[in-house]
Design a protein around this ligand. Structure first.
Ligand code: 5GP
Ligand code: ZN
Length: 153
C-alpha cells in the first residue's frame, strides 16, 4: 500500500523507534504516547484492521503465522513493559473509526502502566444492560454463529 504510513514504517521508508522486527512483524514507539514506552505491534501484511484478518479456512498458512506472531509479540511486549517499567500494561486495538481507529493498518497498542503512575481511564463496565436473560442469550447465539462461520476449517 503506497499511501499507508505503517506500510512505509514497516518497509523502513519512514523512520521509527523500533523495539522489535522480523520478516512478518514490526513494533515501534507510538509518536503520541499515552505513557512512557507506549508502542505499536504491526504486521507487515497490510490488513485494514482486526476484522480484515482472515480466519479458519480463509486463512493461508502465512496469514495464520503472521497473526500468531503479532500476538506473541504483544505477549512478550507486555512482559517486557512490566520488566522495564514495573507495574502493568494495557493492550488496546481499535477497529473502525467508531472505536477510535485513526490509522487504517492493523496495529495493537501496548501501553505500559508503571507503579505509582496515573490511574488509566477505565472502560465503562456496566454501561450496557441486557433487557432480559433471553436478550442476552440471543446476542450470544448471534455472535457464536458469526464466529463459527469465520473459524470453520
Ligand atoms: P489508533 O487510534 O488508530 O488505534 O492509533 C494510531 C496510533 O498511531 C496513534 O496512537 C498515533 O499516535 C500513532 N501514529 C500515527 N502516525 C504515526 C507515525 O508516523 N509514527 C508513529 N511512531 N506513530 C504514529
Ligand atoms: Zn499498510
Amino acid at each position: 500500500m503506497d499511501d499507508c504510513i505503517f506500510c512505509k514504517i514497516a518497509s523502513g521508508a519512514i523512520p521509527s523507534a523500533k523495539v522489535y522486527e522480523s520478516g512478518r512483524v514490526v513494533a515501534f514507539l507510538d509518536a503520541n504516547p499515552m505513557s512512557e514506552g507506549h508502542f505499536l505491534v504491526v504486521p507487515k501484511t497490510h490488513w485494514r484492521d482486526l476484522a480484515a484478518v482472515p480466519a479458519g479456512a480463509a486463512a493461508a498458512a502465512d496469514d495464520a503465522a503472521t497473526i500468531a506472531e503479532v500476538w506473541q509479540v504483544v505477549a512478550a511486549g507486555v512482559a517486557a513493559a512490566v520488566e522495564v517499567f514495573g507495574g502493568g500494561a494495557n493492550v488496546l486495538q481499535c477497529t473502525g473509526e467508531e472505536a477510535g481507529q485513526t490509522v487504517p493498518h492493523l496495529h495493537v497498542h501496548v501501553i505500559p502502566r508503571p507503579k505509582g503512575g496515573e490511574t488509566p481511564p477505565q472502560f465503562s463496565s456496566g454501561a450496557f444492560r441486557y433487557a432480559s436473560d433471553e436478550a442476552r442469550a440471543a446476542t450470544a447465539a448471534k455472535l457464536d454463529a458469526a464466529i463459527a462461520k469465520r473459524m470453520q476449517p
